[in-house]
Design a protein around this ligand. Sequence first.
Ligand SMILES: CC(C)(COP(=O)(O)OP(=O)(O)OC[C@H]1O[C@@H](n2cnc3c(N)ncnc32)[C@H](O)[C@@H]1OP(=O)(O)O)[C@@H](O)C(=O)NCCC(=O)NCCS
Length: 170
Amino acid sequence: MTGVRRLQGGETALLRELRLAALREAPDAFARTLVDALTQPETYWTDMERSVTDPARHVMFVAEDGPRPVGLVFGIRKSATDADLGGMWVDPRARGRGVGRALGQAVVDWARSEQFSRVLLWVTDGNLPAQTLYERLGFVATRRRDTLPSNPALATMEMRLHLGNGASAP
Ligand SMILES: CC(C)(COP(=O)(O)OP(=O)(O)OC[C@H]1O[C@@H](n2cnc3c(N)ncnc32)[C@H](O)[C@@H]1OP(=O)(O)O)[C@@H](O)C(=O)NCCC(=O)NCCS
């Protein structure tokens, strides 16, 4: 039985384990490289843990299959109106069972409860599983395009979900 919960204070090791597993397994999905993450000092991870467990800042959700961590996603405060969804990853052994959808929904629910107007994300062109997952959650592609910072040979596109909280430009 898979559950989704917020990362708690003091769980820096779990954050690092999941994040490194994601960067190792799916390098073309993320802006940061594994090498970059592996060479960061301990404070990088403790700072990140604090930033996602401080209720006034960001959030990280962990998916667990029993005791086994199998996925993560971040919700980031970008501005007064916009939240970013980032770092979405599900262990290949746990895919196709609704874990990604549950993680994405957790960020959307958090953003709605925090009164954000929109959730934004970037996805690599051709990443059909992720694009389809986000479409199922209600995200639509915008016209904004960029390249993946970790591999500028790859193109990325922005997707956006309007939450109906307050008013913001489309
Ligand atoms: C994208 C990812 C998170 C999906 O996780 P998952 O747990 O397998 O997804 P779910 O089982 O919740 O699927 C939810 C929906 O996504 C879509 N989807 C998932 N896998 C898919 C696939 N291989 N092909 C097409 N659509 C897919 C489906 O629409 C699915 O809904 P449905 O089963 O009702 O049709 C996972 O494949 C992953 O971690 N990929 C590598 C990292 C990555 O690309 N992250 C995204 C960065 S932007």
